[in-house]
Structure formats: structure tokens, C-alpha cells
Design a protein around this ligand. Structure first.
Ligand code: CIR
Length: 258
């Protein structure tokens, strides 16, 4: 299986002041710009500490959710794909990352129909899972699968659990053979051939960890889940994610990595 968490480069986007108006399912207390910026800065520092060269794109006030740069595009070692984000307020984000990808990749493919958010796409190495969700529809998933086939990558279309924003809100690859998953997604059977560690049921969002080279980034408040990762051989890096969580976001969505 190809390593899918060994990265030398990453692209992030500075949070805009308008991030406080980002999309969110809950109506409780919203994030502050300073809180998001603080968590973002610690995240960028963690990527650098893991050995990644991080390029930062400027804030975009017109797109409150643009700090979640994982959603409008996908990147792999040798190609990138511009997506069509499924939320109307985010659709225009793909065009804003296009120039940065064109500068960095010889091959940039473009999804031509339907909708897909990058948060719904999990690379397991031997196959890529594309989760249908409120943001990723069947046409988009099928067109994306066709693009993967062109690049000789296997993919499978699967379902995101109801009420979950993105497929990867509920899972992450933590080593070559292990997926960390919410209990509700683990029971769906999509991770065949892999070891599955279930995140603690009372720690929603904990399964969205991020493996980067020898480091495993995980939300600071998910201690019970962290305890279950006992024999995963990676240095633990605990990061504040509370402000991001107010925008239904976690760790994977803050960067594009390759
Ligand atoms: C949204 O609803 O689109 C943003 N507030 C959060 C996006 C998080 N992205 C991700 O998990 N991949």
C-alpha cells in the first residue's frame, strides 16, 4: 500500500475576519476570529514541526469558510483535482485555489458536474473512499470516480452517516493499516482489510485526527479517544479545536497536503 500520510508540502489559507459567519449546523455560541486564528496558527506550527513546508494563501473576506481549504480541491503526489463544493456559499472557492494548484502541479483535473467537498474523500492508499453527503452528490461522486480511474486510482462510493457533515468528520487514517472511526461509521463496513479503532462515542469529532509523517495531530479534548490509540506508533500532538468545532470543522480540513 502507498503511504498516504507522508507529506513534504501543504497549502493553508489565513482565516478571514468573516470566518465568524461561516456555515454551522448549531445555533449555539459561534467562534471568534481571534480564536480561530489562534487555533490555525498552532495547527500550522504543528505541520511545520512534522517536517512539512507550508505555503499560506491570503484571507478571502468574501468566503467565510475559505480557511477550510481541504474542501474545494484534492491533492495527491502527482496530480490535483479542483472540486465543486456543495454549499452555495462555498462553490466559488474552487476558482480561488486554482492558480495556487496550477503553480504547484503539472496535472490539475477539474470536476465537471455534480458536487463534491474534499472533506468527503478519504485516501486509504489502495483505494479512495468518496462519501455521499449533504455536500457530495451521486453525480459528483461518479464524475470524481471517473477522474480517479483516469489517474489509475481505485475508488469506491460510500455513504456518510446521516447528520454528519463530511465523511472525514467521522474517520481518519492513523497509520498504514489503521483507521480511527466513529462507532456509527465503523459499523458500516467500509474499512475492510484495515484495523479499525473506534473513537469514544461521547467524543464527537474525535475521529477527525490527522496523521502527518511521524506525528498524529488530535484534538486536545479527546482524551478517551487518545487513550485508545495506544499502539499506534506516532508522536501525539494535541491541538485546540474548540473554535473550529463551532464551525463543524476539525483538523483535516485546514490544509491541502502532498
Ligand atoms: C462548512 O460547513 O463548510 C464549514 N463551516 C466547515 C467545513 C469543514 N470541512 C471539513 O471538515 N472538511
Amino acid at each position: 500500500m502507498t503511504a498516504t500520510f507522508e507529506f513534504t508540502r501543504a497549502l493553508v489559507r489565513t482565516p478571514s475576519q468573516s470566518v465568524t459567519h461561516g456555515l454551522r449546523a448549531e445555533t449555539g455560541e459561534g467562534p471568534t476570529h481571534d480564536g480561530v486564528a489562534r487555533e490555525h496558527a498552532a495547527y500550522v506550527a504543528a505541520l511545520k514541526a512534522a517536517g512539512v513546508i507550508v505555503d499560506r494563501l491570503p484571507a478571502l473576506e468574501a468566503f467565510p469558510d475559505s480557511v477550510f481549504i481541504e474542501d474545494p480541491a484534492l491533492v495527491f503526489a502527482d496530480f490535483a483535482i479542483l472540486l465543486r463544493p456543495g454549499a452555495p456559499s462555498r462553490f466559488g472557492e474552487a476558482a480561488t485555489v486554482a492558480p495556487a494548484l496550477a503553480e504547484r502541479f503539472d496535472t490539475v483535473l477539474t470536476l465537471d458536474e455534480g458536487y463534491v467537498d474534499g472533506g468527503d474523500v478519504l485516501d486509504l492508499g489502495d483505494r479512495v473512499l468518496i462519501g455521499l453527503s449533504a455536500r457530495t452528490d451521486k453525480i459528483g461522486a461518479e464524475r470524481l470516480a471517473a477522474l480517479f480511474a483516469r489517474q489509475s486510482r481505485r475508488s469506491e462510493i460510500v455513504a456518510t452517516p446521516p447528520g454528519v457533515l463530511h465523511f472525514k468528520s467521522d474517520c481518519s487514517l492513523v497509520d498504514h493499516e489503521t483507521v480511527l472511526s466513529s462507532p456509527r461509521l465503523a459499523s458500516a463496513g467500509y474499512f475492510r482489510g484495515m484495523r479499525v479503532i473506534e473513537a469514544a462515542a461521547d467524543e464527537p469529532g474525535a475521529a477527525n485526527a490527522l496523521r502527518v509523517n511521524g506525528d498524529l495531530l488530535i484534538g486536545k479534548h479527546f482524551q478517551r479517544t487518545a487513550d485508545r490509540l495506544g499502539d499506534v506508533s506516532a508522536r501525539r500532538v494535541a491541538l485546540e479545536t474548540e473554535e473550529m468545532a463551532r464551525l463543524d470543522a476539525g483538523l483535516s480540513c485546514l490544509s491541502l497536503r502532498w
